[in-house]
Design a protein around this ligand. Structure first.
Ligand SMILES: [Zn+2]
Length: 278
């Protein structure tokens, strides 16, 4: 078997992943699951940068990176996968090159496009697990609905100024709509551009998302399913809120009304424009 079809490990892989393989909770079986898994990282910004680096380095067999934006100088304080010299280039393509250089033994795929209602189901279908590192409500509801309809788990992460949150949404055990049935009123939550964000905070949250993805894939430990982790970097506290599957959820509840993707700009009440983004 070749090194990419999930068979035996090469000598190089045994050495590269040796610190995983010695962990009882992961071991050769867990490392094989990582190698056989396909993870899509949605947004290669502050959250997606560390998630992409750790998941590629840890031996996830295929890492997909989707982002339609180009690298801007104001991104570089926190989007650490992008070098300064790559300003103006497509984030997905640059991040793909950088991640592939970190680990040539895995496959890294660039999707240099915005996730939309038209392409979401097709793109997500090529992956087993989604890391949501998006920066707007339109995309969060879109990826939530598309992943649920396809039966894919989502590791959700978001940040705002000095605070961040993470949770794992596994189909049938709660979703983003169970947590937030309605989006906030248009314009109420300012984007990073206006609100600011602490540089290393997305590094913390995006890295926790990578940890959760590895746990969900390998079965190690207790994932953040039914739990919302809240982090305050200024106070340096982590606390947890229990999340319950909402029986009235319009997507995953007892009587769902959403059975296909909807118009997310209309649902959120504002168009997804470059100015509204991170
Ligand atoms: Zn739900």
């Amino acid at each position: 078997m070749s090194s990419r079809d999930g068979g035996e490990f090469t000598e190089r892989e045994l050495e590269r992943y040796s610190r995983h393989i010695v962990l009882g909770e992961i071991g050769p079986a867990g490392q094989r699951r990582l190698k056989q898994s396909r993870v899509l990282i949605l947004g290669v910004g502050g959250l997606g940068s560390p998630a992409a680096m750790y998941l590629t380095a840890s031996g996830v067999g295929r890492v997909g990176l989707i982002d339609g934006d180009r690298i801007d100088l104001s991104n570089l304080q926190r989007q650490v996968i992008h070098p300064d010299a790559a300003r103006g280039r497509l984030k997905a393509e640059v991040a793909c090159e950088q991640a592939q250089a970190l680990n040539p033994d895995v496959e890294v795929v660039a999707h240099p496009e915005q996730l939309t209602r038209d392409n979401a189901l097709e793109v997500l279908a090529g992956y087993d697990l989604i890391i949501d590192g998006s920066d707007n409500f339109q995309t969060r509801y879109l990826v939530n609905d598309a992943a649920y309809l396809l039966g894919r788990p989502v590791v959700h992460g978001s940040i705002f100024r000095f605070e961040g949150q993470v949770s794992d949404f596994v189909p049938g055990q709660g979703c983003y709509r169970c947590l937030y049935p309605e989006p906030p009123p248009p314009g109420l939550v300012p984007a990073c551009r206006q609100a600011g964000v602490l540089a290393a905070l997305p590094g913390v949250i995006g890295t926790i998302q990578a940890v959760e993805a590895i746990k969900l894939i390998t079965g190690a430990g207790k994932p953040l399913v039914g739990r919302l982790l809240l982090h305050d970097a200024l106070a340096m506290t982590f606390r947890e809120v229990r999340l319950r599957h909402n029986a009235a959820c319009v997507l995953c509840g007892d009587h769902p009304t959403i059975r296909a993707l909807i118009d997310y700009e209309e649902f959120v009440g504002e168009p997804l424009t470059a100015a509204a983004r991170l």
